[in-house]
Design a protein around this ligand. Sequence first.
Ligand SMILES: [Zn+2]
Length: 402
Amino acid sequence: MKGIGMWGILLVCVLLTGCNSNSEQTKGEPKKEQTPPSEPNKNKQVEEPEVKKGTPEWDMLQIEQAVENNDEAVFMSYQNSENHLFFKEQKRWIEEAKFKKEQGYTLSVDISFMKENDTKGKVYFRVKMSHPNFESTNNLVIYQAIKVNEKWILNDVPFETLTSESGSITVYYKKGQEDTAQKTLKDATDIVAFYSKMFNWKPEPISIKVYSNINEVSATVPWVMLSGWNEIGESLKINSGVMSQIFKYLAHELTHKMVGDITNDNASIYIQEGFATYLQAAINRDGNGMVSFDPQKPIENAQKAMEISNTLKTIEELGQIDYTDPEGSMYRDGALLSTYLIETKGINIFFDMLKSLSAFEYIDKRIEHKLEMVNSRTVEAIEKVYGPDEQVSADLKNYYLK
Ligand SMILES: [Zn+2]
């Protein structure tokens, strides 16, 4: 799922935090730089009066304006509907852009086009975002454009693909990144096999898109800054900028994939991020290169987190935060909750709680866009398995704040 950020103040897995992990985003420091003044599209039109209908530049201008006007229909008319995965992700992109503005972000895109031949071109798709709690960012991804019915439309990054023998995992990567793609496929295959066996998970087919850096991943979501991404119905996305981190990013994001499958995507973000942070710490390759599970690692991380800050959010308080939380509580406090539940009641009971969420219907939206609903479902599941949430929160505090 998302990844905003690491647990607020540094905690342990600092660099990595998968998903929505955006360490920059969650340090909780007030933004230092003022956002540069935004460039209203009006100015753009004045500066570029020569843009004529029928040119690729005109098509790109329509996309920029569709983003500015929250016009999903126009935006989607410029996406390749035959590329089903990309088309679905672009629909989620424009929904996210609208949602982010409602959360108080400013967001705009700046697009330039470079023609390659009569039917193909490159699109430099730049996403500018800022929010009072976070640094402002300017993220770039380069898409392919294709000409269809006299109109230039977007067609994802020009990816190559690599598929596992079983056909269940496909890695999308850019030319020149063959080694990264091989490593990604091997790590993902091993982690999925491990999770499937240990947690009795029967995964749906998995698509993984590999990007060169954090800016690219973030631009495709769109998010201020993140290292990895997973939402049911979309590809799992990772930044391959730091090769040695790929295993940890995948351990994190594949946890989201598994939890999404098992719960019908009804787990709230503090369970999703908390358990992904837990497993990201617990899963490693041992000396023989085999995937192994060490429950001691998340316990050590929890101890460090409590040393850094001797505070703890209750389940009720966790239900009130979203990804704009400047402290990244869904990671830090979410992991403290998951670690406590697993350590004191066992991982099988934790999975009973997750499984009970599958009784609820699937809602075809990103989790943060259905947060109120999944929060109440998650509390219901916790209470069913562990008892009243106030009691669980009280026991949680006793456990850490003794
Ligand atoms: Zn995550």
